[in-house]
Design a protein around this ligand. Sequence first.
Ligand SMILES: [Zn+2]
Length: 142
Amino acid sequence: MKTPSKNTGRPERHARYRERHRTEIAARMRERRAKDPEAAKAYWRQWYESHPGYFRLRNIARRARLASAYGSFTEAEWQLKLAEHGHHCFYCGASGPLQADHMVPISRGGSNEISNIVPACKSCNARKGTKTTEEFLQRRAC
Ligand SMILES: [Zn+2]
């Protein structure tokens, strides 16, 4: 498989490129995955192995953002929120293990108050990523 461009040397320029060409890059990756899912899996496995600190660093950054985000919610508030939504994912209606999703992501200036939280299944929460609830629902609609 062709290896993607290496981001050695000019990380800032590379990040800007990725930001500008986000949808193209995502489309290319989707295509590649559809054509040869096994090779794509192998590629990512290798990528994770060669970037051992990646998720650890991301988690540390996330915890720091959470800690400095405005507000907090209690376990009781979370349970109440789950009950309000009938213990179903806000996005797809799935039941099962649910995660607290920030409608406006912390990384986009959202608060950590219960009013900014909805229950989401792991899959929806992962796909939503740093999109707002509105952006995520819009993308799903088309
Ligand atoms: Zn869901």
